[in-house]
Design a protein around this ligand. Structure first.
Ligand code: ATP
Length: 390
């Protein structure tokens, strides 16, 4: 073969090889791509497999820590178990902590409060530090609440003997800052009951879609921690009169209220859980909530009168060194229309004035300045003007 033909044939061959090379490179890239996607699938399946193999954990509460063992109580079935804990966990565990346990009750994890919607929506105090002596000007209301809530808890046999069921729920109504929450806390303290507070407005605002579940949880938690006082603040947010509007938000509030009604209906009247609710808007309440067997004991907590304000001044200045010139009667007169919370802020503000003046004793002039400041700010003195109550 002549040289130029051979050269031509070699060139053709070279070009064919180049084409084959291109084709193979392309195939290689496709194969690599496929490999990558298969690898991803494999990883995903591995993760799913691991998740399926790992057993789910149960939620429990630490009841007691004894040396290197703890007593945990599983939520739901209330089983109490004594279990060993690793030394690392032991140092961080305290009674009342929520933990995740496995099938054999080994503590796997300490849950922080954030993990728990229940804890977020409720405020729980084992025994609140409020006594009846801290509440001024509403002696009659204190007496009524003690009779309706404290006595059934402290002397259930009395009710049994007489053959009557104590009221299931007590509703406190009146303007803000008059001591409704304090009253509920004081009863819990007096009866060594756990105080569990849930705010109706938060339930509606923050936990959309979860309202009825949280109400169920609230009662369940109270039963777990008997004796307990359930305090539902701003109950009007979940138990307002049914309106004509049919928005989904209303339907959700309705469901929450239905859950509350059914929990109250299924309530053991002589059990060790009592319910106190509070509202500033008595006029808004749905009558269903006020039927017998529900909140059938209504107690109005009014704004304090002159004597009441005097008492509240004395209560909130108990820990202060008050000068001889301080005239509580005159102060009570000057603070006509103030709620208990507002009287408290006058006392605190008076203390601030004394500090500003480099004194530790508080004089009449400090109280007068405090009242002036609060009147000027305006914001502190809400009185009952913006609220409706009956
Ligand atoms: P709200 O309707 O806004 O929830 P409330 O009626 O529950 O108000 P509390 O939370 O009990 O009011 O009161 C707020 C604070 O005001 C209390 O922590 C307390 O310091 C003070 N206070 C209110 N009322 C009284 C009172 N009668 N005696 C003493 N302190 C009071």
């Amino acid at each position: 073969m002549p040289d130029d033909e051979r050269l031509e044939a070699l060139r053709d061959h070279f070009e064919q090889i180049l084409t084959v090379h291109d084709q193979l490179t392309e195939q290689l890239e496709t194969a690599q791509e496929r490999r990558r996607s298969l690898q991803e699938q494999l990883d995903r399946t591995k993760r799913e497999n691991a998740a399926l193999k790992s057993s789910s954990l149960y939620i429990a509460t630490v009841e007691d820590v004894i040396d290197d063992e703890v007593v945990v109580k599983q939520h739901g079935n209330n089983q109490e178990v004594l279990t060993d804990v690793s030394p690392q966990l032991l140092d961080r565990l305290e009674a009342g902590d929520r933990v995740a346990v496995n099938d054999s009750f080994g503590i796997q994890q300490i849950l922080d409060a954030e993990t728990d919607a229940r804890a977020q929506s409720m405020e729980i105090e084992e025994s609140p530090a409020v006594g009846y002596e801290d509440i001024g000007g509403i002696d009659e209301q204190v007496r009524e609440v003690r009779e309706a809530v404290e006595q059934p808890l402290a002397q259930p046999e009395l009710f049994e003997e007489v053959g009557i069921d104590p009221p299931s729920g007590v509703l406190l109504y009146g303007p803000p800052g008059t001591g409704k929450t304090m009253l509920a806390k004081a009863v819990a303290n007096q009866t060594d009951a756990t105080f569990i507070k849930m705010a109706g407005s938060e339930l509606v605002r923050k936990f959309i879609g979860e309202g009825s579940r949280l109400v169920r949880d609230l009662f369940e938690m109270a039963r777990e921690r008997e004796p307990a006082i359930i305090f539902i603040d701003e109950i009007d947010a979940i138990a307002a009169k049914r309106t004509e509007s049919k928005t989904s938000g209303d339907a959700e509030v309705q469901r929450t209220m239905m859950q509350l009604l059914s929990e109250m209906d299924g309530f053991e009247p002589r059990g060790e859980v009592r319910i106190i609710a509070a509202t500033n808007r008595f006029d808004m309440l749905d009558s269903a909530i006020l039927r017998p067997g529900r909140f059938d004991r209504l107690i109005e907590v009014p704004e304090p009168d002159g004597d009441g304000r005097q008492q509240i001044f004395r209560i909130h200045t108990r820990g202060m060194s008050v000068g001889d010139d301080v005239d509580f009667e005159a102060l009570a007169e000057e603070t006509e229309g103030y709620s208990g919370a507002e009287v408290e802020s006058v006392a605190t503000e008076a203390g601030m004035f004394a500090i500003r003046d480099d004194r530790t004793d508080i004089r009449m002039v400090d109280f007068e300045n405090a009242i002036e400041k609060i009147e000027d700010d305006g914001s502190d003195v809400i009185s009952s003007a913006g609220y409706f109550y009956q």
